[in-house]
Write a protein that binds this ligand. Structure first.
Ligand SMILES: [Zn+2]
Length: 497
């Protein structure tokens, strides 16, 4: 171990001793102790003479920056389940919420929201008329993790337009621009769209460019669940890049994939397209490590004939967790009729190719995002399993990349992309968002049959210097913050690493 650093204190709040530090930059691991005082790491090295009020023995373990889950729908979970167990149990210390055009603010509703907004709950949960009120709620009753929030385009449309099956009129675009600008000033970090969904499908590119035009001056970025991830996925990437260029902002392509059997293998072309674009403009992307997607019930997807599991249903809660075809057989109808009867509800669609999943995961600029749906009765296992699955299954067992690279894609890379300052890295002076895990045993245990199971191998999780997960359970501490966009810019244009 290195010599004691000059700044090593005699006493501090927390010492993590004897672990292999993986610092989030991709650099090789090195054996070192870590001292934390207050919310920051204060020293790294041989801290044999430093005593911690709390000591964690990390021998044989990896010590990494807490993971940043860049793609979540945790807007409501932060309030209704603030221990954030699905996330901290995986080593996640920061979530980016408000994705796919869906954000809980700014929108006040007295009736059930249209799908997919109802992923976050019925009208009882939609009472934040402006972003500042949501930010205050988070700051008044913090969660265990930090959060940075996007403003959803569909949320803006639902709050602004009397019908969603048409382009927004000029006055409506102005109103959405004003709401977005106000939200950014109150702490949001960017705009998300879900142009695939009925709530936003009728929005032309120009509408999105006009709204996204607000971002540049206020330092926000544009994140998108694209219009088409199937036959027209390349046109959708072109549209995304065009929006980024015309609005003058960085873009992030959410949960990148190519959907449906006839599009299997097309990630070769899509990644090449993204790689070429990166020479001209700032482009990021994220991916989840599974061959099934999950969302609200989509008749279009159900018609594709792929295997489908029901994840929740308001009229038939007993169907959650069942195969859609089994439900249809029992009801003596076809799967489309069964799906119609299950609405409003959600489903899991087995529509991706394992080779595509591995190809996107292997792309050096791909971040990891769970896309977990925390309010589904029988959620997709990605909610509880994403990060340990990448570390244990894809990095360690299949050898897609090394552990240091896996950690970089969950920490340093997303912190740079989303402009999150002083996190996503282990260094003296950075915030003490940390995870201690066993590289030999870390693995997801959530499955499609048993989706609510914490991962194995996550020893301890620290957020802003305080331990939130230890020995397989939440500690009850909730030191999370609302993170505002830092001074760091978005992903900078560059050619291949
Ligand atoms: Zn999405």
């Amino acid at each position: 171990m290195a010599a004691p650093p000059a700044e090593a204190p005699a006493r501090c709040d927390l010492v993590i001793r004897g672990g292999e530090v993986i610092d989030g930059t991709g650099a090789p691991r090195r054996r070192a102790d870590l001292a934390v005082a207050g919310e920051r790491v204060v020293a790294i090295g041989d801290l044999g003479r430093t005593a911690g009020a709390v000591e964690i023995d990390a021998s044989g373990r990896a010590v990494a920056p807490g993971f940043i889950d860049v793609h979540t729908h945790d807007d409501r979970l932060l309030l209704s389940g603030p221990d954030m167990a699905p996330k901290v149990s995986q080593g996640v210390t920061t979530v980016i919420a408000g994705n796919c055009g869906i954000s809980l603010a700014p929108l006040r509703l007295t009736r059930r929201p249209p799908p997919p907004l109802d992923l976050l709950g019925d009208e009882r949960w939609w009472h934040f008329g402006d972003f500042g009120t949501y930010a205050e709620a988070i700051e008044r009753a913090p969660a265990a993790t930090n959060v940075a929030m996007l403003v959803g385009h569909s949320t803006l449309r639902v709050g602004t337009m009397d019908s969603l099956d048409r382009p927004a009129r000029d006055g409506e675009v102005e109103r959405m621009r004003a709401l977005l600008a106000e939200s950014l000033r109150q702490g949001a970090i960017g705009l998300s769209t879900g142009l695939f969904y009925p709530t936003a499908r009728s929005a032309p590119t120009d509408e999105v460019v006009a709204i996204a035009g607000t971002l540049k001056a206020l330092g926000g970025l544009y994140v998108t669940h694209m219009r088409d991830e199937a036959d027209h996925v390349e046109e959708s990437i072109d549209e995304t890049l065009e929006i980024g260029r015309r609005a003058g902002v960085p873009v992030v392509i959410s949960h990148h994939k190519t959907v449906g059997r006839r599009n299997f293998g097309r990630t070769r072309e899509t990644l090449a397209k993204i790689e070429r674009a990166r020479a001209r403009q700032a482009v990021g992307l994220d991916v989840y490590p599974y061959i099934a997607s999950s969302s609200v019930i989509s008749i279009e997807r159900i018609r594709m004939g792929i295997p489908v599991l029901v994840s929740w249903s308001v009229p038939h809660p007993e169907a959650a967790g069942r195969d859609l075809d089994d439900v249809a057989a029992e009801w003596g109808c076809d799967r489309v009729e069964a799906a119609e009867r299950l609405k409003p509800g959600g489903a899991i669609y087995f529509q991706l190719d394992e080779e595509d999943v591995r190809r996107v995961l292997s792309y050096p600029h791909a971040m990891i995002g769970s896309d977990g749906l925390p309010h589904d009765a029988r959620p997709h296992p990605r909610l509880w399993g994403t990060f340990p699955r990448v570390l244990g299954h894809y990095a360690r067992d299949l050898g897609l990349f090394g552990l240091e690279e896996a950690v970089r894609r969950m920490t340093g890379l997303p912190a740079a992309c989303f402009g999150i300052a002083d996190r996503g890295v282990v260094r003296a002076g950075a915030f003490a968002d940390l995870v201690v895990f066993d590289p030999l045993t870390v693995i997801d245990r959530a499955t499609f049959d048993e989706p609510v199971r914490p991962a194995a191998g996550i020893d301890a999780v620290v957020v802003n210097g305080r331990v939130v997960w230890r020995a397989g359970a939440s500690t009850g501490d909730r030191p999370g913050r609302l993170l505002r966009r830092g001074s760091g810019a978005g992903p900078s244009p560059s050619s291949a690493r």
